[in-house]
Design a protein. Sequence first.
Length: 270
Amino acid sequence: MFTRLHRRAAIAALSALLFSTQGPLHAQNKKTLKVGVSVGSGEQIFEVVKKAAAREGLSLDVIVFNDYQLPNAALAAGDLDANAFQHQPFLDNQNKSRGFDIVPVGLTITAPLGFYSRKIKSIDALPDGASVGIQNDPSNGNRALLLLQQAGLITLKPEAVKNNTATPLDVVSNPKKLRLVPLDAAQLPRSLDDLAIAAINNDYAEKAGLTLARDAVIKESPKGPYANIIAVRRADKDKPWAQQLVKAYHSAEVKRFIETQFNGALVPAF
């Protein structure tokens, strides 16, 4: 479904495919919601959320995306009621750069970021001049650079660290002369054969058969600031259905599923 949508140039086409004959999205007491999630773990978790939501009298139509750019555009355009795929720094950047007015209504999971490799087993074996893949979107690229700094591989400008705006241009010390290679997040797993290490978000790592505990050579702390969120348009944040959706996600069965299914690669943030 998403692949077909992605090939269409206009968000209006996305609307035509996602929208059918249901009532207006702004209705106060919606009983069916269209929720955008990311491919992989997001799909799996929402299969459990759907069951919990049904007990609240809420039916979820889960729309799966394999790209980080369209879910907020679809939500802002009214083609989704909510999405659940991003952390707050990513949303802040999207709101600022694309003019969206999207707000969080509840926490979901934390997905610690990892650097993965097909060439080395330990970060101590990283050679001088190695090619290092990072995400090319501002939020996740900043996150990857912070993780490299925490590992002692680079030093960033303090102001960029403070503002969570680090880019490769903010690297002030790079003793191993690493070559930073910004790529689309979805492309990073496919580029592992050409890179020494690459920062890969959890959903893409899982799809590539990689796990944080087993395969990552650098791991982010699960207690970091990157908890994912359920997001809606600002006009909908106080609607009863938004709170019902959060309540369903925060159910005991969803929490138990996350804790037992992902071996610490995902942890509940609620």
